[in-house]
Write a protein that binds this ligand. Structure first.
Ligand code: NAI
Length: 341
């Protein structure tokens, strides 16, 4: 039987609870994984004196695939984001977020099925900011967008669309104002689109895109955006289908991939058996798909969808009155997986 080595980072807050749920579900799906535990975030800072210890980098480098719980980032001060550093260290240029409606989750739309690819390494996230006067009452931030980086994210998105039978790609930009940076991004999109004549390609200015997504998200299949806009759009889209508790994600590069939920550490419910494990479980399913275990990935996705649609064994973010705990929801998902064998 094939086996895989995966780096498992429990993370902070609800991270240990939801990563533990995901490991159990992957095991129940019959996939043989040797988990290499590593620390990051507040937990790592406390234990090892660094939010991203070298030993963690080494473990990811060896495994090339990681499943990661959320990690805490202090706002405005303290250490910088572990996630941003991981993306840079491993060249994880594509942030992949599928957005899907779930029957049984109260939301604005019941039939959304789209994917967002956000460029993950460039734009304002290069962290080049400075005050422009001594009184620190004005500051400037630089955004770097390159033709190579833009081309790479479009190539990734088009390849994905072709593999999964998606017919339409929409690029999002603000090239009417940011004529150089977003102009470069748009040119790359057009050039890559020409090599995929079977996929319909168009572009939208970001403000119009926000309105279109809120009014009629079903007109979109695959969305490609520069880093900053992509960050905003992916949370907007998560909101269309019922929020962050169900949104999985992946950061993908040429030599490594890290799978994690979109949500954060949820300190308000940490350690209380209240966290919805679905987003991390669905991230683990994306990981299995990436590893070539498509059948197990689909089985997990279907099990999560069934448990959610039945509405009995779901956490309180979905069923406020009669919700259950993380452990019970995980057990229900595992029962469904076993039932499908
Ligand atoms: P958050 O996503 O942790 O929480 C926002 C709200 O959603 C809270 O009310 C929380 O209880 C709820 N929530 C989140 N995940 C849930 C789940 N699985 N089940 C049920 N309810 C859930 O966002 P917040 O409060 O902005 O961030 C908290 C910390 O997480 C910060 O330190 C932030 O930097 C970090 N963070 C880490 C991320 C990562 O490592 N990928 C991503 C986003 C935030």
């Amino acid at each position: 039987m094939k086996s895989y080595s995966v780096c498992l980072i429990p993370g902070d807050g609800i991270g240990p609870e939801v990563t533990s749920a995901a490991m159990k579900v992957v095991e129940a799906a019959g996939i043989n994984i040797f988990w290499h535990f590593a620390t990051a975030g507040g937990a790592a800072l406390e234990k090892e004196g660094s939010p991203l210890p070298e030993s963690t980098i080494e473990t990811i480098r060896k495994c090339r695939v990681a499943l990661k719980g959320p990690t805490a980032t202090p706002i405005g001060q303290g250490y910088s984001s572990v996630n941003v550093e991981l993306r840079e260290r491993f060249g994880l240029y594509a942030n992949h977020r599928p957005i899907r409606s779930f029957i049984g989750v109260k939301s604005h739309y019941s039939d959304v099925d789209l994917v967002i690819f956000r460029e993950n390494l460039e734009d304002f996230y290069i962290g080049d900011e400075e005050y422009v006067n001594d009184s620190r009452s004005a500051a400037v931030a630089k955004s770097l967008i390159t033709a190579a980086g833009s081309r790479r994210i479009f190539e990734h998105a088009f390849a994905h669309a072709q593999k999964y039978g998606r017919k339409k790609i929409t690029a999002v930009h603000k090239a009417n104002i940011l004529k150089m940076t977003h102009g470069i991004f748009l040119e790359a999109g057009k050039a890559v689109a020409q090599t995929y004549p079977d996929i319909e390609y168009s572009d939208r200015i970001a403000d119009n895109m926000c309105m279109q997504l809120v009014l009629n998200p079903n007109q979109f299949e695959v969305i490609v955006a520069p880093n900053f806009l992509g960050d905003l759009l992916s949370d907007l889209c998560a909101g269309l289908v019922g929020g962050l508790g169900l949104a999985p994600g992946a950061n993908i590069g040429n030599n490594a991939a890290i799978f994690e939920a979109v949500h954060g550490t949820a300190p308000d419910i940490a350690g209380q058996d209240k966290a919805n494990p679905s987003a991390l479980i669905l991230s683990a399913a994306m990981m299995l798909d990436y590893l070539g275990e498509q059948e197990a990935a689909v089985r997990i996705q279907s099990a999560v969808a069934e448990v959610i649609s039945e509405g009995k064994s779901v956490t309180r973010d979905i069923n406020r009155e009669n919700g259950v705990g993380t452990l019970q929801m995980t057990a229900a998902i595992i029962d469904k997986i076993r039932g499908h064998e």
